[in-house]
Design a protein around this ligand. Sequence first.
Ligand SMILES: [Zn+2]
Length: 252
Amino acid sequence: MKRLYPLFLGEACCDKEVISPGVSDGQRVHIPIAGYLVATDAGRRVLVDTGIHRSHIEDPDRTFGGTEFAAKLRPAMRLEDTVDARLAPLGLRAGDVTDVVNTHLHFDHAGNNDAFAGARFWVQRSHYQAALDNPAFPNQYWRIEGLHYELLDGETDLGDGISVFPTPGHAPGHQSVLVRLDSGLNLILCGDAIYEQDNLTHDAWEGHADPAQARESALLLVERGRRLGATLVYGHDARQWAQLRRSPAFYE
Ligand SMILES: [Zn+2]
């Protein structure tokens, strides 16, 4: 048996055009920042994405203050939004996490990698290489002595019904995660391959590094979801988050 716990790891206040350009430009929106824990009876605990670094509670501008990006997106994080605080009600600590999957290494997906020195990290090789020394992927949060990265080349079965597959476009070598639950429920954690439903509804992909490739990956995600009867969980969709179970509630 295994359980999937959606973890609410804070929010960011951002311009709508950052995530869905051309839909409601000029509007400010609050978007959720998410992680997902898959826990098996056998003691495997796989965390998908680690959220923004806990220092943003004190200083929301810690990462992008003074840059052009700071005005477009501002973290809003509370003490209860740390990974530690979200794991505690499950009787877990960061040291109990055996594996971390980073969909990609943006600061809101790899911000707390430093807390998981005992885990194996699963990242696509092409992504890892693109992120090295690249200020769009602040290296201080993930390029840390003692973290053990397993670099993947394409679709990979991680065992326990969990697999990853490349969905590039948001970033080179971005990956999404398929979780097959024992009930027959399949969830695809898209990461930022699809930010929110509006990307699909309005065919809006200009918020991604390579819009044409992002669109292609998104359409393949939709097709894969249809084929597997899987629910697509988007990266930062406030409306969808309001409908999801939230840890300590879970899917199984
Ligand atoms: Zn993101």
